[in-house]
Design a protein around this ligand. Structure first.
Ligand SMILES: O=P(O)(O)OC[C@H]1O[C@H](OP(=O)(O)OP(=O)(O)O)[C@H](O)[C@@H]1O
Ligand code: HPA
Length: 187
């Protein structure tokens, strides 16, 4: 871990190791393979945070999936959601009649996914489910949001690594850790 030693110094602790991530992602891939047997789901990656989870998860799904990408912006400052969701890059293909699985790195307040789910539902998808790597339920402000697949429930702390960032940094950590509050102060 020589290469990442410097950024690891900014963590209070490691929350989920890369081995634990790999195991859960494998299990989730197998579950989705069973649940969608006979179907060809569209996996929608929500950029940028979900990109590592997405690429690992799709390799664990033994079905003819297709992949599409959407970029959105919801965070006002680096650590606080603005509550306003903007689409920065839309899907390439339409999803009418498709079984869609939205792949996200983290559900925090739930505002982003709630918005995305209803937007994609309005476009006529046959079904929409959410697969999230992390779920921070303590911060939920959208209590009705159903998160169909979750790898890890986590406590209310700002986390980075395996795709998750603070100010666009730390996404390349193989593990997920709690960022030391001294790094972000009151941002
Ligand atoms: O449940 P919420 O409170 O809405 O927060 C979750 C959203 O916040 C993060 O995105 P971010 O805007 O940080 O973009 P990124 O994926 O590019 O890091 C994350 O990827 C979710 O999309
Ligand atoms: O804890 C978090 N870390 C990184 N990005 C996030 N977006 C919402 N919550 C988080």
């Amino acid at each position: 871990m020589e290469q990442s030693a410097k950024i690891y110094e900014d963590l209070d602790r490691i929350l989920v190791t890369k081995e634990e991530i790999a195991e859960k992602v494998r299990e989730l891939g197998q579950k989705i393979t069973k649940d969608y047997a006979g179907k060809e789901p569209v996996l929608v990656c929500i950029l940028k945070g979900a990109v590592l989870f997405f690429s690992d998860l799709m390799r664990e799904i033994d079905l003819p999936v297709t992949a599409d990408f959407m970029a959105i912006s919801s965070y006002g400052s680096a650590t606080k959601t603005s509550g306003v969701v903007r689409v920065l890059k839309d899907l390439d293909k339409d999803i009418v009649g498709k079984d869609v699985i939205i792949v996200e790195d983290i559900v925090d307040t739930g505002v982003t996914l709630n918005y995305l789910k209803s937007m994609l539902a309005h476009r006529g998808a046959a079904s929409i489910r959410i697969a999230a790597l992390l779920d921070k339920t303590a911060r939920r402000t959208v209590p009705d949001l159903k998160v169909d697949y979750v790898c890890f429930d986590i406590p209310d702390a700002f986390v980075v690594g395996y795709g998750l960032d603070y100010d666009q940094t730390y996404r390349n950590l193989p593990d997920i850790g709690v960022l030391s509050p001294k790094i972000y102060g009151d941002k």
